[in-house]
Design a protein. Structure first.
Length: 155
């Protein structure tokens, strides 16, 4: 099914792209120069000075080019708006991701702090264990000595 609006937008964009090209400027300038040379040198007198027919053609061209340029500009504005909305959505998504990463980093930092505290406690427990082990060894030695003393006194 032929979509007239879409076709007109594409056509307007293509015409405006041509009107804004160097190719158009060269062709337009060449045609105007040939027109003026032919009529000034008198090779033909179909449009003598003040070139009323040329003015009519240029006015006709401007009358059609202007709305086409406006249509194309409106379409470009729509494209820019869509692009901007897409960029805003992408920025919002990126911001949400950054906030999530920030939260995760805060949790990791909290876990690291707990790990540091646990490691510190573990080191303290190892020191206490070594000290208790030393005391236990001393107590065993003292008990062995007491056994020896008791055996000597009893026996």
């Amino acid at each position: 099914m032929l979509n007239i609006k879409a076709l007109s937008i594409v056509l307007a964009d293509k015409i405006v792209a041509f009107l804004g090209s160097w190719k158009f400027i060269v062709i337009q300038s060449s045609l105007l120069t040939i027109w003026l040379i032919i009529n000034i040198l008198g090779l033909t007198h179909f449009d003598p000075y003040p070139f009323i027919l040329l003015n009519l053609f240029l006015s006709f061209e401007a009358a059609y080019a202007t709305p086409l340029i406006l249509m194309s500009a409106n379409r470009q504005s729509e494209k820019d708006r869509e692009h901007l909305l897409h960029d805003i959505k992408l920025d919002e998504d990126s911001y949400a991701i950054v906030l999530n990463i920030k939260q995760l980093l805060a949790e990791v930092q909290e876990d690291l702090e707990l790990d540091r505290q646990t490691l510190k406690n573990h080191s303290q427990l190892k020191e206490d264990h070594a000290e208790l082990k030393g005391h236990l060894t001393n107590i065993r030695e003292d008990m062995a000595e007491l056994k020896k003393i008791i055996s000597e006194k009893l026996g």
